[in-house]
Design a protein around this ligand. Structure first.
Ligand SMILES: [Zn+2]
Length: 298
């Protein structure tokens, strides 16, 4: 609507030119009822109940000036906007998302292989990128930007300041969860590592690139769940224990990986009982049967 919707400038025209608005016969007139752009020039079609004069005339002059500056002069009112970042001029959030992701990855040229993982959703890739850049809005980071906080201590353990590392690695609960994830994968005792190392998905014993990718997807899911849990604690005061978080990680990582990995298929039983098989063989079919046996043998 010409007057009532905010389409030109920072406020709607009704607010900005209130005297003039009162003079319009149709308060709900559309933009196209009042103005058209022909070859870059404005053509007006006013319908005043009284001819503007004095103060309203002054408002009308300002309004006309504003409309003349409006970049709609493409000559075709039905396709007024063109998004310059796409060849066809059409804006889509998907395209914008891709552009942002390309920029993000371009910043990480040194380690591109550890930046992407097609086995997890894009939101998780972005989350891990932010974590590695120490750009998660932890309490200490918020405090640095001037946010007034009651405390910057970790809401979960209250042992230390909540930094990116603390939330995802050093917190008691995070350490317990990481230890369980390592045990699940048969890696022995988890030792503290930096965020970059933790999410790099490095496995010495793997001879399968796909297997390393799967493990990295699990690590990233773990980080993502720890952060979600941290938010639930802060915003909903919800407490979770390490076994239930491990459970969530197992279910979510299996769901993400199995949906994205068409061949070879991973199976829930082997994934749960013997994920090590992924690290040593890129074809899981035969080995997963062994995994299944192991699962039922327990
Ligand atoms: Zn903590």
């Amino acid at each position: 609507m010409f007057w009532k919707e905010n389409w030109l400038g920072e406020t709607c025209l009704q607010t900005k030119f209130n005297w003039l608005f009162q003079f319009d016969q149709d308060k709900d007139a559309k933009v196209s009822d009042r103005v058209t752009w022909v070859n870059g020039n404005c053509e007006f079609n006013w319908q005043w109940c009284r001819e503007p004069s004095g103060r309203t005339m002054a408002e009308l002059s300002t309004l006309i000036e504003l409309l003349n500056r409006y970049p709609l002069g493409s000559g075709n009112d039905s396709v007024p906007w063109k998004w310059q970042m796409a060849a066809n001029g059409v804006f889509t959030t998907k395209k914008l998302n891709n552009i942002i992701m390309e920029k993000v990855y371009a910043c990480e040229k040194s380690q591109p292989e550890t930046m992407r993982n097609y086995l997890v959703p894009k939101k998780v890739e972005v989350f891990i990128w932010r974590a590695r850049k120490k750009r998660l809005p932890t309490l200490s980071e918020l405090y640095k930007t001037g946010v007034d906080l009651h405390s910057v201590r970790c809401h979960i353990c209250d042992n230390d300041v909540e930094s990116n590392e603390h939330a995802l690695i050093f917190c008691n609960l995070a350490f317990d969860v990481w230890s369980r994830v390592y045990k699940w994968w048969g890696f022995g005792q988890y030792v503290y590592m930096s965020i970059t190392k933790t999410f790099a998905g490095i496995v010495n014993q793997s001879n399968s690139e796909l297997g390393a990718n799967i493990w990295r997807a699990v690590e990233w899911t773990c980080g993502y769940i720890l952060w979600k849990n941290r938010n639930s604690k802060i915003f909903k005061n919800k407490n979770s224990c390490a076994p239930s978080l491990l459970n969530e990680i197992q279910i979510l990582s299996f769901d993400w990986i199995s949906k994205r990995l068409k061949d070879p298929k991973i199976e829930w039983c082997s994934c749960l009982s013997n994920p090590q098989i992924y690290l040593f063989n890129s074809s899981f079919c035969y080995l997963s049967i062994i995994g299944l046996d192991l699962f039922f043998a327990r």
